[in-house]
Design a protein around this ligand. Structure first.
Ligand code: ADP
Length: 273
């Protein structure tokens, strides 16, 4: 038997973000990198609390979609809404309409992201990784932030690692810390970008199962990019198949994985399954 990490205990309810989650909407979103048109007038919507997974070949624009929502990239055209509020409203040519930095900052607080490479602060303890942003950005008292952090470490099965430094942890443990850190900001929308790609194979399932439980027990709106089809099936209400910045096909996991209608989806699934 390969070594596995212990499974997280039942999520304590108060650790998870609650309250009404907003939906998302992309309208005619254009994104270019130089001459490379990555998204071409992309339209799609995610319902409040819906869990959607983006699948498709590398380079088809999936991560770019998450980065636009995280304000790590700006679109060249189109509109993106979080709930009823506009995140981006760009004229053709990339001129921003009506959204100032303060607005972006406020919108950005609703969105949490977990990255492939964890991106933890290596010079801070695990606890500090979880308390820094809630104190600085949300204005929580240190005591409140510590209480929230401890409850989240409990949720991800790392209550005993609060004082450890991230570099001392396994990849699976680091990713659990990154998940707890994202949740510490009490986001309404959670973005997962290939969260198990950098993990040793025996650690993958534990992290995926943790995320599946969090997704099921919370009210979060979830957007997930993954090459792991079992995970996509487990975590999603709906799967969007992308190719070249466009949606080729979409539907519930059962339909996409058992009865895809498009040849491109069939070819892709044959290559990855
Ligand atoms: P996926 O997540 O589907 O693999 P990405 O959204 O990462 O696709 O990338 C889509 C395309 O955009 C790729 O061709 C990639 O090389 C390009 N791209 C992404 N980010 C940048 C960047 N910062 N600079 C230049 N090109 C980029």
């Amino acid at each position: 038997m390969p070594p596995t990490e212990k499974t997280a205990p039942e999520p304590p309810e108060k650790a998870l973000p609650t309250g009404h989650a907003p939906g998302l909407k992309f309208e005619k979103v254009v994104k270019r990198f130089g001459a490379n048109a990555v998204l071409r007038e992309l339209d799609f919507a995610v319902a409040p609390g819906e869990r959607v997974t983006l699948i498709g070949p590398s380079g088809s624009g999936k991560t770019t979609i998450l980065r636009l929502l995280m304000t790590l990239e700006r679109p060249d055209g189109g509109l993106i809404w979080i709930g009823d509020d506009t995140l981006w409203h760009m004229e053709r040519g990339g001129k921003r309409v009506a959204a100032n930095q303060r607005h972006l900052h406020e919108m950005r607080k609703q969105v949490g992201m977990v990255f492939q490479q964890f991106n933890l602060f290596p010079n801070m303890s695990v606890l500090r990784n979880l308390t820094e942003a809630p104190v600085r950005v949300l204005g929580l008292s240190r005591d409140e932030a510590v209480e929230r952090a401890k409850s989240l470490l409990d949720l991800v099965g790392l209550a005993d690692k609060a004082d450890a430094h991230p570099t001392r942890l396994s990849g699976g443990q680091q990713q659990r810390v990154a998940i707890a850190r994202a949740l510490a900001m009490q986001p309404k929308v959670l973005l997962l970008d290939e969260v198990t790609s950098a993990l040793d194979p025996e650690l993958v399932v534990g992290v995926q199962d943790l995320l599946r439980d969090i997704a099921r027990e919370s009210d979060l709106t979830l957007l997930c990019v993954t090459h792991e089809m079992r995970f996509a099936r487990d975590i999603s209400d709906r799967v969007l198949m992308f190719d070249q910045g466009q949606i080729v096909e979409q539907g519930p996991p059962d339909q996409i994985f058992n009865a895809p209608t498009e040849q491109r989806t069939r070819d892709f699934l044959q290559a990855v399954l």
